[in-house]
Ligand binder design. Structure first.
Ligand SMILES: [Zn+2]
Ligand SMILES: [Zn+2]
Length: 367
């Protein structure tokens, strides 16, 4: 019998996670890469899938953040997506998805994450070959059509693992909403996405980042990630919050508001914080029952732009990797991750629980 690799599988809502071993592929299809996982991190959406907040295929291997070293390469794999040569043993990370490159969303609408033939890591039934479809496993089968990025030697695994979902998503959002140097940016939510958004907005020229949350503990971390002002809005009325934002922006209001709180109730006050002609990016409140009510009057009279963005175009994983690499002396990215859990059913369960109880924002799973 050939070599096998261990994975932790999600068997369905309310059922315990299970450890399984599957055979490694003997030969890879052209363009595929077999990665030996060195680290995975747990995203909030893993936890929500596990708890049944959305329909999800099972049995599956969760995990869509991680990195590893190349164990085997299919024919035709010579370079990463930026043109760096690849060899067995190289450390890489890769996009959350594989897309076909020829459908209308890939070719015309610039939304490859909505590809008609989309495949997403950590989101598929995984008891069929090639099995290794999520990062909570000793190996990941990186499919052809996936953008792959070689990781600089001087970056720690902890600095890289969450780029694949969290950092790439906010990087794409800031690009799509058109962050301009010198702008005042309000970030609603000092969680994983919010902390990356703060640091990456500053890194790309934001004049001021104003971070809004309801927990001082989270806001304190925000300061370390580039937030110039941290507003605890617990118990404050909308008018008071808006007047604080206006005080910080010479009376104008924010150029840009980014919702990464994951609570749709914060959206109406976000609209009120914007200046005339301001732009609003929605990325956090992604679940089907996240509802809000807006005065269309405010949107029209103030000539606002409201934009949603889900996942990302792969180029933004490359950009996130560059931005985090060059700013990692200024922002303590490593502090975002941990503690560490082993790749066992009990270990991954404990990691998911630690995220759920807000004991950590990015638990680590290590094979
Ligand atoms: Zn995620
Ligand atoms: Zn496509």
């Amino acid at each position: 019998m050939g070599k096998t690799g261990k994975v932790v599988m999600f068997m369905g809502v309310g059922k315990p996670l299970e450890e399984h071993s599957f055979p490694l592929p003997e030969e890879l299809e052209p363009g595929a890469i077999l990665v030996k996982t060195t680290m995975a991190t747990v995203c909030g959406s893993d936890m929500h899938s596990w708890r049944g907040r959305r329909p999800f295929p099972t049995p599956s291997i969760l995990g869509h953040e991680g990195l590893g070293t190349i164990a085997q390469m299919g024919s035709g794999v010579e370079k990463d997506t930026t043109g760096k040569s690849l060899a067995v043993g190289d450390r890489i990370t890769w996009a959350i998805m594989a897309n076909c490159g020829y459908c209308c969303f890939c070719r015309i609408h610039s939304l490859p994450q909505k590809c008609l033939n989309l495949f997403k890591y950590g989101h598929v039934k995984s008891d069929v070959p090639p099995y290794f479809m999520g990062t909570f496993g000793e190996y990941v089968y990186v499919k052809p059509g996936t953008s792959v990025f070689k990781v600089p030697d001087d970056m720690a695994d902890e600095e890289v693992s969450p780029l694949m979902c969290a950092a790439a998503t906010v990087t794409a959002g800031l690009a799509r909403i058109g962050l301009q140097p010198g702008e005042n940016v309000v970030i609603q939510g000092a969680g994983m996405l919010g902390l990356y958004a703060a640091a990456l907005a500053k890194e790309q020229g934001a004049k001021q980042v104003i971070m809004v949350d309801i927990l001082d503990k989270r806001l304190e971390v925000g300061r370390e990630f580039g937030a110039d002002h941290c507003l605890n809005v617990q118990g404050l009325g909308d008018e008071e919050v808006v007047s604080q934002v206006k005080d910080l922006t010479d009376g104008w209001g924010a150029d840009l508001v980014v919702e990464v709180a994951g609570f749709a109730q914060v959206i109406p006050v976000g609209v009120k914080m914007l200046r005339i002609g301001g732009r609003y990016l929605l990325q956090g409140s992604v679940y089907p029952d996240d509802l809000f009510t807006l005065a269309s009057h405010d949107v029209i009279i103030k000539c606002l732009t409201i934009m949603g963005l889900h996942n990302y175009d792969s180029r933004y994983l490359g950009l996130a990797l560059d931005l985090v690499h060059r700013s990692r002396q200024r922002y303590p990215y490593r502090k975002l991750t941990g503690p560490e859990f082993p790749l066992t059913a009990a270990g991954v369960t404990a990691a998911l629980e630690s995220l759920e109880k807000r004991e950590s924002i990015r638990p680590i799973v290590v094979p």
